[in-house]
Design a protein around this ligand. Structure first.
Ligand code: DX5
Ligand code: ZN
Length: 221
């Protein structure tokens, strides 16, 4: 039987101090982040704006950890190449972002990076049933995307269903959760089957000297 993957923590730099983003990425890298989670928002698919590929390219100098780029944009396909060229290791697109998810995943895979698919809270897990063979990561949103600091939506059955689908697929697919992850909610999502936890507020609170403790608290040990 396949060994269970260790829990990985992906700090979301949405909660970092944007005036010193490079320093913040260096700090979370040193503090034990497994992935660097980069929330790209377009003010259209979600009601907020963040950063584009040039910012990702500049940050690439600050860490060798996998850059986990969460695209909350539509259309997605025209910008995939820019994010790959900027240094993304994983690109996650939303099921809801367009009518051609299969093509989007093909485009990400063809660009040579890992392909993730994200589901908003209302989107059923069955919506990715027919693309399971193409995905390296499933991202279950536990808030409505767009902002950090929102309350966790307890979609534990959905996470458990995603874990069952991954088991049936029989290969390594990350099961990521994003939104409202804290030391209180982390054990619940881990018990439901998540193995990559995205956290913004819970990692960046109380300043850089606390980042390592904050990350440790999310691992649940
Ligand atoms: C929301 C983003 C999240 C967000 C999480 O659209 O995808 O990554 O930064 O923030 P917290 O951990 O504060 O809920
Ligand atoms: Zn995110």
């Amino acid at each position: 039987m396949r060994k269970t993957s260790p829990i990985r923590i992906a700090p979301s730099i949405l909660s970092a101090d944007f005036a010193k983003l490079g320093t913040e990425v260096v700090a979370i890298d040193k503090a034990g982040a497994d992935y660097i989670h980069i929330d790209v928002m377009d003010g259209h698919f979600v009601p907020n704006l963040t950063f584009g590929a040039p910012v990702v390219k500049s940050l690439r100098k600050c860490s060798r950890k996998p850059f986990d780029v969460h695209l909350m944009i539509t259309p997605v396909d025209p910008l995939i190449g820019d994010f790959v060229a900027a240094g993304a290791d994983i690109i996650t697109a939303h099921v809801e972002a367009g009518p051609h998810l299969h093509r989007t995943l093909q485009t990400i895979k063809a660009a040579g990076v890992k392909a993730g698919v994200s589901l908003n809270p209302h989107t059923p897990i069955s919506s990715i049933q027919h693309v399971m063979d193409m995905v390296d990561l499933i991202l279950i949103m536990t808030v409505n995307p767009g902002f950090g600091g929102q309350s966790f939506i307890p979609l534990l059955d959905k996470i458990a269903d995603a874990r069952k689908m991954i088991k049936a697929e029989g290969r390594q697919i990350d099961l990521q959760v994003d939104g409202g992850i804290t030391p209180e909610t982390a054990p619940k999502v881990i018990a439901a089957g998540a193995d990559v936890l995205v956290a913004g507020t819970a990692v960046f609170k109380d300043g850089p000297e606390k980042y390592a403790d904050n990350i440790k608290a999310l691992r649940g040990k």
